[in-house]
Design a protein around this ligand. Structure first.
Ligand code: NAI
Length: 339
């Protein structure tokens, strides 16, 4: 039997490789806005993801270069670049996951809502194409203001008759990434072990980190919690100001976007218990869209998880965010209906 064991050990590397190639399904991922500040590092990170077999990089310009560059990396996926309206359909056809970081970013002094007029139109036209060319794809919306662009996407999909609420996600992962980093620093715990749910939306006070549920537990003062909450809510502005007119978070956002897309791919592939926070259609509050923990599965959202127990401070934050989030949702719906 010891001989058998050593034979098995010897055989393992080849068998393991054969299994992994056979058992990982083919998955096409499309990045819309792939030549941008977020799009480029996000394309790089998706090229490194072994769950991706085809990577389609689309933008209004610059994608041939990005695609040629990224395609030389010796990882699984085949990369192709697509440019301009004529090639949008090809970029989207057969896609399983479409990630959208297309649009303009903030400059100092701007709120995410200031981007509305430009980005709403971009999102609307891209989602119209998604409805036509890959109506069953999972959509990861990064373009701001996410609080409004997700409702816009939902309206476009409804009009096209293909809306599936389980497949539309606003990417709020960067808020979670920030909350984890800032909490670990303050609580002096290993950042790799930290978990913090972030709920609500993705702009200013609508970003509500639930530090009362953070793990590993730490005994932080109320002042510390308030400072952490504020820093998480203003994390984007911190980067916008530091970049002084040269855009908003791109590298940390690409990381966060890659984490979230990976979770969607794992869910599609049937990996159990994949849970991430995301801004989705929801019934856990009276608002039609809300970010909370979501279990991901073969059809996208498998379950929207509840908020769990909130501290009094968080309960106050929840009530405070609702009017702003409500009006951002309504603004998005109104735009989609009018245009
Ligand atoms: P960027 O300006 O560097 O890149 C945007 C890219 O979109 C450009 O390459 C542009 O050519 C492309 N684009 C414009 N119109 C397009 C269209 N119709 N089709 C395809 N591509 C198009 O901007 P950056 O920094 O990459 O930001 C992109 C978006 O992501 C912004 O709306 C920004 O506010 C948002 N963002 C979201 C975050 C989140 O946590 N959800 C965090 C940081 C930024």
């Amino acid at each position: 039997s010891s001989l058998l064991r050593s034979v098995k050990t010897l055989a393992r590397p080849t068998t393991a490789r054969a299994y992994s190639v056979d058992s990982v399904p083919s998955r096409k991922v499309t990045v819309l806005g792939a030549a941008g500040g977020i799009g480029q590092p996000l394309s790089l990170l998706m090229k490194l993801n072994p769950l991706v077999s085809q990577l389609a990089l689309y933008d209004i310009g610059g994608t041939p270069g990005v695609a040629a560059d990224v395609s030389h990396i010796n990882s699984r996926s085949e990369v192709a670049g697509y440019m301009g309206d004529d090639q949008l359909g090809l970029a989207l056809e057969g896609s399983d996951v479409v990630i959208i970081p297309a649009g303009v970013p903030r400059k100092p002094g701007m709120t995410r809502d200031d981007l509305f007029n430009i980005n709403a139109g971009i999102v609307k036209s891209l989602c119209t194409a998604i409805a036509k060319y890959c109506p069953h794809a999972i959509v990861n919306m990064i373009s701001n203001p996410v609080n409004s662009t997700v409702p816009i996407a939902a309206e476009v999909f409804k009009k096209a008759g293909i809306y599936d609420e389980k497949k539309l996600f606003g990417v709020t992962t960067l808020d979670v990434v920030r909350a984890k980093t800032f909490y670990a620093g303050k609580a002096n715990v290993n950042v790799a072990e930290v978990n913090v749910p972030v709920v609500g939306g993705h702009a200013g006070v609508t970003i509500l980190p639930l530090f009362s549920q953070a793990t590993p537990k730490a005994n932080l003062s109320q002042d510390d919690i308030q400072a952490l909450t504020k820093r998480t809510q203003d994390g984007g502005t911190e980067v916008v100001e530091a970049k002084a007119g040269k855009g908003s978070a791109t590298l940390s956002m690409a990381y966060a976007g890659a984490i979230f897309a990976d979770a969607c791919l794992k869910g599609l592939n049937g990996v159990p218990d994949v849970v991430e926070c995301s801004y989705v259609q929801s019934t856990i509050t009276e608002l039609p869209f809300f970010a909370s923990k979501v279990r991901l599965g073969k059809n996208g959202v498998e379950e929207v998880l509840g908020l769990g127990p909130l501290s009094d401070y968080e309960k106050g934050g929840l009530e405070k965010l609702k009017p702003e989030l409500k009006s951002s949702i309504e603004k998005g719906i109104e735009f989609a209906k009018k245009n």
